[in-house]
Ligand binder design. Structure first.
Ligand code: DC
Length: 221
């Protein structure tokens, strides 16, 4: 099986680019952030403090997270309920960033991610795919863009979905999440030593996708 690992901070364009690349290469696209978000949704619903390791660890015993591919698109299920849309809120983003720092949460989701790559050709995106989940990936890409560019993309996505939110709030939340994801002790957000750094600041997604596909093809032939 072949695998492409794409890591980077929120809003760098990971999911859009990973989906496009997977489509062009005939691989499946695995969005690992959705798994962390699904755990966070459960914690929010049950009122479990995402920063309290013992409480979260106990809650994990009641959580079943499943990934299914429906019409080629990844869906996530929380204890049998499809929650793919419900996990896309600012509250879930922030809670996922906190609970994903816990070793018990990372351990809980690790095998499931590796299993996907054992059974399928994958483009997998996240924060620690090249460093921890798939250190043997065929190609590793670390995507970045300026915080303002990333916040603008996220802001536009929210507006498109009809959500009312201020740009400054999106930017502030994004910087806070970056700091949390980069500074955690376990599997922090950072490029793998052999990752290709791709900065998408000022590029359209089509331009970034073309550049990345070129880089991947050079390495996968
Ligand atoms: O990619 P995303 O915004 O959907 O991810 C939500 C949170 O989940 C992010 O703030 C950090 C965490 N995450 C992680 O720790 N490791 C991953 N591989 C993917 C996401």
């Amino acid at each position: 099986m072949r695998s492409i690992a794409i890591d980077g901070p929120a809003g760098a364009g990971k999911s859009t680019l990973a989906r496009k690349i997977a489509g062009e290469m005939g691989f499946i696209y695995v969005d690992t952030g959705a798994l962390y978000r699904t755990v966070a949704l459960y914690l929010l619903r049950e009122g479990v403090d995402a920063a309290e390791a013992a409480k979260v660890e106990e809650a994990l015993e009641r959580i079943q997270v499943d990934i299914r591919f429906e019409g080629g698109t990844q869906q996530v299920y929380l204890n049998g309920e499809r929650v793919s849309d419900r996990i896309r809120t600012p509250e879930v983003s922030m809670t996922a960033s906190v609970s994903s720092a816990l070793p018990c949460v990372r351990r809980f989701l690790l095998d499931q991610q590796r299993q996907m790559a054992r059974t399928h050709d994958v483009v997998m995106d996240g924060r620690d795919i090249g460093t921890v989940v798939l250190p043997e990936a065929d190609v590793k890409i670390f995507l970045t863009a300026s915080p303002e560019d990333r916040a603008r993309r996220r802001y536009e996505e929210f507006i498109e979905k009809g959500r009312e939110i201020a740009f400054q709030e999106v930017l502030r939340d994004m910087k806070q999440r970056d700091a949390q994801d980069e500074s955690r002790a376990v599997a922090p957000l950072k490029p793998a030593e052999d990752a290709l750094l791709v900065d998408t600041t000022g590029e359209t997604l089509a331009q970034s996708a073309a550049r990345m596909i070129g880089l991947i093809q050079e390495r996968m032939v």
